[in-house]
Design a protein around this ligand. Structure first.
Ligand code: HAM
Length: 431
């Protein structure tokens, strides 16, 4: 007996997570299909892992905000501290470290895991999301950045987006380090300045200036801001910095590949402690929804927090929630049909076993078919089809079975085709 006495259980899902009804799942599958398709086309292979990880994995290496405020964790029956993974990067680094002797470098991996963060649910932020992770391990130079950012761009294009719909903001923590040195910001302030810059968008200009001044002193703060305001000219003015040269070169190569919407953004740092070099983040350019869509960066020291071997890495995480919002905003979500290709409706007094034999022939040819065994009136069977978004219907009665002559109808265009079963199959195979 379920429920508490006569009280019924709520049908609401847990706060901040989603149920995927078949039409939602179909959209989700479409999104995953595009992501995985592009990743595979660039030679990336899929990996997976459990949602459960030792809490320790995130304690030193993830972002402070995630570990202190957002992690779902519990103590198991064996007194182990366990976390529901809030991101995939520590897991992939752990897996790479564990088998590094067997894995041929460079390693190109992708995965679409579900991740959990205790966030205040709002547009673009939920407590469970799925995130495409694309990571390239073993390439220490800018060829990794160029490849992975080109791949990310390719995904956006495959979704139907144009360059003007989104912007790729890029920066380098090494360049910031050089800039900090140039204006005498103390090395031990570095992580704090990164973090403050990462929060810049959430603060008013005044608050940001104030916090920056408190952190590094008014004079350095003023100098830092002056440099930030230079925009791309900063790359030129820092011509003694190798990081600036590399970033310049990288942007040139990417633009040469037709990726014109890339923009150097010195105030981009991204929140994770593990990033060591180039970071990038992609933004929707829509004025009503200028949100971050996804991002990533270089993390050359994460794998060697498990083993005594340095494996450089560059990758990104692209969430399903932000991408779906983007596709909706830009009218890029395709209309998605049911995975059922044909519904067979049954006329009264028809031999159901004979109908199932026909359905079997369809299935053997790779055509997905459902048989309507509701015993409803034919008109009612047909009515339910448009709701189900099944593209074809075939009504079968004793006459059709006797003559082995069937008619299949496109439920949208109402176009019909009649003939024997093999004719119908040929017709379906060619649509
Ligand atoms: P992240 O910026 O925390 O990076 O997340 C990447 C993307 O995942 C975000 O831009 C967003 O699309 C999505 N996302 C994150 N949190 C949520 C949420 N609460 N609700 C909905 N979507 C969300 C990382 O996680 C890095 N580990 C990515 C990475 C991979 N860096 C290198 N390799």
């Amino acid at each position: 007996m379920f429920g508490i006495g006569n009280k019924k259980i709520s049908t609401e899902s847990y706060k901040g997570v989603r149920d995927f009804y078949p039409e939602d799942q179909a959209i989700q599958n479409y999104i995953f299909g595009v992501m995985a398709g592009v990743a595979k086309s660039w030679g990336y292979v899929e990996y997976g892992a459990s949602v459960l990880e030792p809490l320790q994995l995130y304690k030193s290496k993830s972002s402070e905000e995630i570990v202190n405020e957002q992690i779902y964790s519990f103590t198991d029956r064996g007194e182990r501290e366990v976390a529901l993974r809030p991101e995939m990067t520590p897991t992939s680094a752990r897996m790479i470290a564990s088998k590094i002797q067997e894995l041929p470098v460079p390693i190109r991996w992708y995965s679409i895991p579900n991740l959990f963060r205790y966030e205040k649910p709002q547009r673009g932020r939920l407590r469970e999301h799925w995130q495409l992770n694309v990571d390239l391990f073993g390439i220490p130079n800018l060829l990794a950045e160029v490849e992975v950012i080109s791949l990310a761009f390719d995904i956006m294009k495959k979704f139907g987006a144009e360059e003007k719909d989104f912007q790729i903001k890029i920066n380098s923590r090494l360049l910031l380090d050089d800039l900090f040195k140039k204006i005498n910001i103390n090395e031990d302030k570095k992580q704090f300045v990164y973090r403050l810059i990462d929060k810049k968008e959430k603060l008013s200009d005044k608050d940001f200036r104030h916090s920056l001044g408190a952190l590094i002193g008014e004079k350095s703060a003023k100098k830092l801001l002056e440099n930030f305001y230079l925009g791309e000219a900063l790359l030129v003015s820092m011509n003694e910095s190798i990081a600036a040269k590399n970033l310049n070169k990288m942007i040139d190569i990417l633009r040469g590949r037709g990726i014109s919407n890339i923009i150097f953004t010195p105030v981009l740092t991204r929140g994770f402690e593990y990033y060591t070099g180039v970071v990038f983040e992609v933004f929707d350019t829509n004025k009503e929804n200028p949100r971050s869509l996804f991002g990533g960066g270089r993390y050359d020291d994460l794998v060697n927090s498990f083993i005594n071997q340095k494996i450089p890495a560059f990758g990104f995480g692209m969430g399903d929630v932000t991408i779906k919002d983007f596709l909706k905003t830009h009218n890029l979500l395709p209309e998605i049909n049911s995975t059922v290709d044909v519904c067979i409706c049954i006329a009264p007094e028809t031999n159901i076993e004979e109908v199932y034999k026909i359905a079997k022939i369809f299935r053997e040819k790779g055509i997905n078919v459902s048989v309507d065994i509701s015993a409803k009136k034919l008109a009612d069977q047909l009515k339910s089809l448009s709701k189900r978004k099944i593209p074809f219907v075939m009504t079968v009665g004793s006459e059709e079975l006797k003559n082995q002559n069937f008619t299949i109808r496109n439920t949208k265009t109402r176009e019909e085709k009649s003939g024997g079963i093999s004719d119908i199959i040929k017709f379906l195979e060619n649509v």
